[in-house]
Write a protein that binds this ligand. Sequence first.
Ligand SMILES: Nc1ncnc2c1ncn2[C@@H]1O[C@H](COP(=O)(O)OP(=O)(O)O)[C@@H](O)[C@H]1O
Ligand SMILES: [Mg+2]
Length: 254
Amino acid sequence: MKVLSIVNLKGGVGKSTTAIAMAHLLYVKKLRKVLLIDNDPQGNTSRTFECYDPTIEAGTMNMLLTRKSKENIWNTLYEGIDIMPCNLIMEAAEKQVLLDTESAQHNRYIEALREIENEYDYCIIDNPPDIGMHVINALVASDQVIIPVNLDNWSLDGLEELVQQVKQIKVLNSKTELAGVLITNYEKSVTSEAAERWLRERSGQPIYHQKIRHSKQTKDCTVYHKPVTEYSIRCGASQDYKKFIEEYLKQEGI
Ligand SMILES: Nc1ncnc2c1ncn2[C@@H]1O[C@H](COP(=O)(O)OP(=O)(O)O)[C@@H](O)[C@H]1O
Ligand SMILES: [Mg+2]
């Protein structure tokens, strides 16, 4: 099982959209078995898969507390996609973990995921826009990190710091690598072209060749609780995510 974290300290850059589209395409196009972990108390990914319940202590928060994964996984309507849901109770769970000075705080997910190592091809973790202990746990458990970015004003601020944070995780797990930065919600403009040039030529970070275009359908599909790649197969963003998956798998040598 390859574990992949989708991370950015900024909100609204396309983390959940990317995690959901990747999980959906890896299953429907490539027949891979995917576990999607919602690590964001907002629960947007859980809602997309009709697995959001704000009242119950279940899913990812339980994994953080108990170091167990299997019993916290729910089925979705897609045979090849399972989910570990999240809700706001995660915030209380995180506080509880921070108060626990008896046992290690950062290695709970990596230990938990060993239990299901042979049951999935991919585990994709959708993260919230912060660097709390549950995000540290996700990074430590990850083989790869993908950072979605937007190219509008200020969006690239903080990228350098985030990349440094990913590098620091190597002390805790030497396998964790930045796989690449993915430009999402792309609209052509003088500013976005200049930002892209800087990113590709000057940032020193690996940038995926494929960008994800801005498509109105990406917002619309959230109302219907569907991945954009199912809601509108032909829209620009879906086409781009399909090409991105090919690029991602090629990078893997597949
Ligand atoms: N390619 C895109 N085109 C248009 N809207 C997008 C695109 N990607 C994301 N969005 C919209 O932007 C908002 C934030 O995206 P989301 O994936 O929830 O970001 P994050 O998880 O980083 O907070 C959502 O309303 C989403 O539908
Ligand atoms: Mg999100």
